[in-house]
Design a protein around this ligand. Structure first.
Ligand code: RAM
Length: 546
């Protein structure tokens, strides 16, 4: 009997082990992580000083209702006792990512007690004027950039340890000692891995396009750290979807291909045991993924990024190294592909996070089908570039089946628009992903994208991320003027509202849009919004023309 139990447990253990096994070998993972480490870029540092003291003024016409108005010179602040005024706001004149330092200087008596000061850092004026508390449900309150610092001995110079992303700093006396003191010598050690200045656009380029390009370059620069971060304020980490767009913009500007390479290897090294990629990973305190954060669309977009990287650099070695991972991601689709050629959206949606966009109520069935077709096509291109198309010779048939199904089940010939099986919602995302997937002919794409303007109850995009794909869809079907107009209206809208860097979420008709239920939580320097840099520089004849 005892023997039987032993046998059963041995067999059980074996089966369990087989199941628990990692899809990739430890050797592969170590190699990928080693490559990621080799390519950690050196950060460039610069010391930046505040330009002036400002006050935030309520103004209905300003973005989110607040604007910064010049108050007085910084030197004057450095000589003023913090006990004289409730709060002061320093303006650094541009968005910075880095480490904030300040000095505390006594002004009259010998300091005999600690001073406690509160600092609030903001990327946009409203962050300095909107109370952060009571905090709302959603993301951690600790993302909001306020710090209370106790200065035990005065005078002293203090560095706030947390890396910050800001243009404005509010300085408030929190607990006053009985002597007068001033805060002075404020500065920021700004860091980025972007280096050099991308070529300037020709003088003849319209001023608004140059402004958009400048703000886009700043956005990208700030997000380029030791990985492509999504935003230097939040989440300060690598997400595949953000990487995909940042790498596109980088190819047409800073050309730090080593950073792209690092990110691709890092994601591979930190893939889930199943072989599928985690949507987001952390570098510190040691490289690790956000476990089980599986985003279906992001896993597929990884393949597109590898292809883009190969085309931009000719670095076949890296693409070969990562091929195994790329191939594995294509296996996601058959898991959900039904006999009729449609992805089983309900099932996929239960098992994965299908992102597509931050937009309340967006129904993603059509987008998922289109994005999957798009990614499969791009992966097949990559296979061809590597001479490995035989390994994926089932893809062309799969692509055709999925395309036919999308046309059969989603397309309304009468309206020229696509809608899902279980939900007839008409959205930008559905139309643009059908166009990018090449489900439609050019003429059909044109019709669908144009119809969005005149149809009722259309679900718009919520982020520059999704709007990027809209612009690309317009370009792919030859609606070049429309693409230019849309880019200028959307990103130019942010410029006109005072953006130093482009925002995570933007709706031209709602300044307070927030995926987190609280707009100060938004990131106002968000990587995925930097792509005008790519459009303007890749298609000069369209975007740089007068
Ligand atoms: C946001 C992140 C990131 C994005 C994910 C899906 O919270 O900031 O930009 O990729 O969501």
């Amino acid at each position: 009997m005892n023997k039987l139990i032993l046998w059963i447990s041995a067999i059980f253990g074996f089966v369990f082990q087989a199941y628990a096994q990692d899809f990739y070998s430890q050797k592969d993972r170590n190699y990928w992580l080693g490559k990621a480490e080799e390519n950690i870029p050196k950060l460039t540092e610069s010391i930046e000083q505040p330009k002036e003291v400002v006050r935030m003024v309520e103004d209905k016409g300003a973005y989110q209702g607040w604007k910064a108005e010049r108050a007085f010179p910084v030197q004057q602040f450095y000589q003023t006792s913090l006990k004289k005024q409730e709060s002061f706001i320093l303006d650094f004149g541009e968005h910075l990512t880095g480490y904030f330092t300040f000095a505390v200087t006594p002004l009259n008596r010998t300091p005999d007690a600690p001073a406690r000061i509160k600092f609030t850092f903001g990327e946009v004026p409203s962050e300095l004027a909107t109370p952060f508390d009571p905090s709302r449900d959603g993301l951690s309150r600790a993302w909001l950039q306020d710090e209370i610092v106790t200065v035990t001995t005065v005078p002293d110079t203090i560095i706030i340890p947390r890396r910050l992303a800001f243009r404005y700093v509010k300085i408030e006396l929190y607990h006053a000692p009985n002597y007068d003191f001033a805060v002075s010598d404020a500065c920021c050690k700004a860091v980025t891995s972007a280096s050099g200045k991308p070529e300037p656009l020709p003088e003849t380029t319209p001023a608004i396009v140059r402004d958009i390009d400048r703000v886009g370059l700043n956005t990208l620069k700030e997000c380029m750290q030791t990985v492509y971060e999504d935003g230097p304020k939040r989440d300060q980490r690598l997400w595949i979807g953000d990487l995909y767009l940042e790498a596109l913009a980088n190819t047409y500007s800073y050309r730090r291909h080593d950073l792209t390479k690092r990110c691709l290897y890092l994601l591979a090294g930190l893939a889930d045991d199943s072989g599928y990629l985690n949507g987001t990973v952390f570098e510190r305190p040691y490289p690790h993924p956000q476990a089980k954060q599986l985003l279906l669309d992001y896993a597929l977009l990884y393949n597109v990024s590898v292809k883009d990287y190969l085309q931009a650099t000719g670095d076949k070695q890296t693409a070969e190294d990562l091929w195994k991972v790329v191939k594995k991601q294509t296996e996601i689709i058959p898991l959900y592909l039904q006999e009729n050629g449609l992805m089983n959206f309900e099932k996929a949606n239960q098992e994965w996070w299908i992102f597509i966009d931050w937009r309340d109520g967006l129904y993603k069935e059509v987008s998922l089908q289109g994005l999957s077709i798009f990614a499969l096509k791009q992966t097949y291109e990559l296979a061809k570039l590597l001479g490995r198309e035989k390994e994926l010779d089932h893809l062309p048939k799969m692509i055709k089946k999925m395309t036919d199904a999308a046309r059969k089940y989603f397309y309304d010939k009468k309206t020229g628009l696509f809608a899902g099986m279980n939900n007839k919602q008409i959205s930008y995302s559905s139309q643009l992903w059908m166009a990018l997937g090449g489900v439609t002919t050019k003429a059909e794409s044109q019709r669908a994208l144009k119809a969005l303007q005149t149809s009722e109850n259309v679900v718009h995009t919520g982020t520059p991320y999704a709007y990027h794909y809209y612009i690309q869809a317009l370009l792919n079907c030859g609606l070049n003027n429309e693409a230019k107009e849309a880019l200028i209206a959307y990103w130019g809208g942010m410029v006109r509202k005072g953006a130093d860097t482009f925002w995570e979420a933007y709706d031209p008709v709602n300044d307070f849009i927030s995926p987190y239920n609280f707009y100060p939580m938004n990131s106002y320097c968000h990587a995925w919004s930097c792509t005008p840099v790519y459009f303007i520089r890749k298609y000069p004849e369209i975007f740089q023309a007068k």
